[in-house]
Design a protein around this ligand. Sequence first.
Ligand SMILES: NC(=O)c1ccc[n+]([C@@H]2O[C@H](COP(=O)([O-])OP(=O)(O)OC[C@H]3O[C@@H](n4cnc5c(N)ncnc54)[C@H](OP(=O)(O)O)[C@@H]3O)[C@@H](O)[C@H]2O)c1
Length: 377
Amino acid sequence: MPLPGVAILGSTGSIGTTALRVLARHRDRFAVRAVTAHANATLLRTQVAQWAPPFVALVEGDADMPASWHRGAAALVEAATQPDVDIVLNAIVGAAGLDATLAALGAGKRVALANKESLVVGGALVADAAMRGGGTVVPVDSEHSAILQCLSGRDASAVRRVVITASGGPFREWPTDRVRGATVQDALKHPTWLMGRKITVDSASLANKALEVIEAHFLFGLGYDQIDVVVHPQSIVHSMVEFRDGSVLAQLGVPSMELPILYALSHPDRLEDAGIPAFDPVAASGLTFETVRHDAFPCLRLGIAAGRAGGAAPAVFNGANEQAVALFLDGRMPFGAIAEAIETALDRHAGLPGGARDALWHADAAARRTVKETFGC
Ligand SMILES: NC(=O)c1ccc[n+]([C@@H]2O[C@H](COP(=O)([O-])OP(=O)(O)OC[C@H]3O[C@@H](n4cnc5c(N)ncnc54)[C@H](OP(=O)(O)O)[C@@H]3O)[C@@H](O)[C@H]2O)c1
């Protein structure tokens, strides 16, 4: 029997490199059959030398890359649908990951989904592709992995609500006015997780939690009234599920993406892995929980409202956020303007129709354009 084949889309990023570290301990269980990057040819070359995957793609490839490599965005879909690939770990950042998710599900693959933006932009399309192609989505986000693990084997109708935990980010205790003027350096100092730049900024603004609430809505079929967010600065309790009798189950662990990545590959089984950091309840003691300061972090409220509005609104929220974060990271927009930019884009475009892929891309483009125009770029 050949080993299950894994395609890692975004292999050069934070999740992609962590996944390869996990897979290196399970070479007897999985075979890496495809890797893709956006522009980091140097790291991709190193990975290809270590893993010799039959399919390699560099989206922004040029004449200097090896002739056997594929290039262009269409190569992501090709990687995701290779016949010898069973599991697609989608670790691309942003809406750019959507088409590969849809293609993989349409081809009947398991998608280990780190790219939460796929679900935020095209949640209904993702469900439809899975239904038609027979593919399945297993979340990589630690919060959703926790919810899945708490739900496994239990009747979904017995769920009263889920509580998603948030670290609160680097500005958790900052006065609201100071948060608005935070620098790029401030925003990139996450207290508990080491991640790519975009999600680190999203964690500082709590836009990431809004994306996760929408992700939970689509993944678990929950109403927005059934999804709460609580700040938990230690990032040990990864999320909780409350059942209708009041019983609450939680999943705990040290803040490391290795476990949720491994679980997304092995679900519903569990693999022995001595490399996963061990949990010591005594060392982890002093767990605290706080309410979200919505005045300081308006992105969360805006994102949940976009999720509730439905249609193209989540795609507008996501597109505006991606554009605003890019401008912030370029030093062209203050931190506090990220929420303003999203609000402006939602005011103008939230009513656009959702549904088809083209309509969602139209909404995404309109949101990005509005953010650029409003902020003079
Ligand atoms: N990092 C975490 O701990 C974490 C936790 C939970 C969920 N997630 C989610 O996982 C996803 C990846 O996050 P990350 O932190 O790993 O990001 P990252 O470090 O920025 O890595 C992103 C990866 O995607 C590639 N990429 C970027 N833009 C692309 C495009 N337009 N087309 C194709 N590939 C592209 C990058 O290639 P280059 O290296 O060539 O640029 C890189 O391999 C995000 O959706 C994030 O929200 C991350």
